[in-house]
Design a protein around this ligand. Sequence first.
Ligand SMILES: [Zn+2]
Length: 147
Amino acid sequence: MTPEASIPGPAPIDESALRAYLSDELPPDQMARVEKALRESATLRARLEDVRADREDFQLHSLGAIWRRSRLTCPTRQQLGSYVLDALDPELGAYFQFHLEVVECPICQANLSDLEAQSRSNSGSDGSRTRHQRILKSSEHLLGDEA
Ligand SMILES: [Zn+2]
């Protein structure tokens, strides 16, 4: 062990940080920081795959499995509802799409299909659709034109 923890501020994400990430040894805020960096950097994702490939005992730790296990960035059900209605900030919507289609988070996929089914069965039948449309309208107003 080195006394590096005494250095203030975020340390660069090096191979040892990636190894710790793979083996779930980082505290939650560090896990989130590494995950965020991975999301933003294809280079770092490639490095993570290299680190993972170097370690036979990490064979079960696919990127998707790690993300699924940590579930650090699952959207709330309310956010998923806005995603269904296409009423999210575009950047957040893009992240959720990544979370659902690349990470393939089973929890959020299940929530999403549930919400989609609700959204379909609710249309025209009760007051919640109207409320959703009102939320959607106010979001459109905030976002300006979305072509
Ligand atoms: Zn999720």
